[in-house]
Design a protein around this ligand. Structure first.
Ligand code: TMP
Ligand code: ASP
Length: 240
C-alpha cells in the first residue's frame, strides 16, 4: 500500500476516505536525532495502545485530538491534519535537555509547569525556539500559539492525574499539534502520539525510569518498562 509518509517510529497510509489517515506504529527506536538506532520488540503495540487510550481520555475531558479509533494492535485511524512544525514540551521536573542546558540536577521540581518549544527540523537538530521566533517565521499565528499553550497545560494537568492514579509520575512530555479544517476555519487539535517514547514517567517512590530513557541511556529492561506502562494504562480506573 502506498505510504503518505514514513517517520522514525510510524508510517502513515491513506485512510478509507478523504481526510482520514491510517497510522502504523513500528518497533524501530531512534535517539539523539537518529544517531542511535534499534528495535524494541513490542514497542509499536504499546505506543499505539497507550496513545489511543490517552487520546480517548483527553477527548473525554475536553481536549480535541486527531484520534478516531484503534484499527489493530499496531494501527489507529486519525483525522488528517496539517502539523504545526513545533515540538511542544511540557516539564514538571527538570530532566534531559533542560537539566543539561541549565546545569540543574535531574528531578528538581519546577515551581510551575513549563511549556517549551523546539523547531521540528532534524537537519538543525530540533533547536529550542522561543515564541517570538516561531511567530516571526510564520510557523503559526498568535491565537494558535495561545491555544497550543492552553491545551498543553490542560493535557499536563489531566495526564499528571491519570498517571498518578497508576503510581507513575509524569516528569515531562512532548506534544505535536495540527490544524484541522472545520466549517468555522481551522481548529488546533492534538496530533502525533503520546507514549513512553514521548514522555518521561518515573515510578512513584523509587523514581525508576519507565520510558524511552531506558533505551537512550542503556539502562536495560526497555521492553519490560514499555509493557508495564501499557499494563497500567489498560488497568480499569473508575475515576478516569
Ligand atoms: P528532552 O529533555 O530531551 O528535551 O525531552 C523532553 C521530552 O520530550 C521527553 O519526555 C522526551 C520527549 N522527546 C520526544 O518526544 N522527542 C524528541 O525528539 C526529544 C528530544 C524528546
Ligand atoms: N526520537 C528522537 C530521535 O531519534 C529523539 C529522542 O526521542 O530522544 O532523534
Amino acid at each position: 500500500m502506498e505510504k503518505l509518509y514514513e517517520g522514525k517510529a510510524k508510517v502513515m497510509y491513506p485512510g478509507p476516505e478523504r481526510g482520514v489517515v491510517r497510522v502504523y506504529f513500528k518497533d524501530d527506536a531512534t535517539a539523539f536525532n537518529g544517531q542511535k538506532r534499534a528495535q524494541i520488540p513490542g514497542k509499536g503495540v504499546v505506543n499505539n495502545q497507550v496513545s489511543a487510550a490517552l487520546f480517548a481520555y483527553l477527548e473525554a475531558h475536553g481536549v480535541p485530538t486527531h484520534f478516531i479509533r484503534l484499527l489493530s494492535e499496531r494501527e489507529m485511524l486519525v483525522k488528517q491534519v496539517e502539523i504545526v512544525p513545533l515540538e511542544v514540551i511540557v516539564r514538571n521536573r527538570a530532566a534531559g535537555s533542560f537539566s543539561r542546558r541549565y546545569g540543574v540536577e535531574e528531578g528538581r521540581v519546577l515551581p510551575h509547569p513549563l511549556v517549551e518549544f523546539s523547531l521540528k527540523n532534524d537537519a538543525l537538530g530540533d533547536p529550542l525556539i522561543y515564541d517570538g521566533a516561531a511567530l516571526a517565521l510564520g510557523l503559526l499565528t498568535g491565537p494558535e500559539l495561545s491555544r497550543i499553550k492552553e491545551l498543553a497545560l490542560k493535557v499536563n494537568a489531566l495526564l499528571k492525574e491519570y498517571f498518578a492514579q497508576r503510581h507513575l509520575e509524569l516528569i515531562d512530555f512532548k506534544l505535536e499539534f495540527g490544524r484541522l479544517p472545520t466549517d468555522e476555519g481551522r481548529a488546533i487539535v492534538l496530533a502525533d502520539e503520546i507514549s513512553p517514547d514521548t514522555m518521561r514517567l518515573w515510578e512513584m517512590g523509587t523514581g525508576e525510569k519507565m520510558d524511552k530513557d531506558r533505551f537512550r541511556r542503556d539502562l536495560g529492561g526497555v521492553e519490560e518498562a514499555y509493557q508495564e506502562v501499557l499494563r497500567r494504562v489498560l488497568q480499569a480506573q473508575p475515576s478516569t
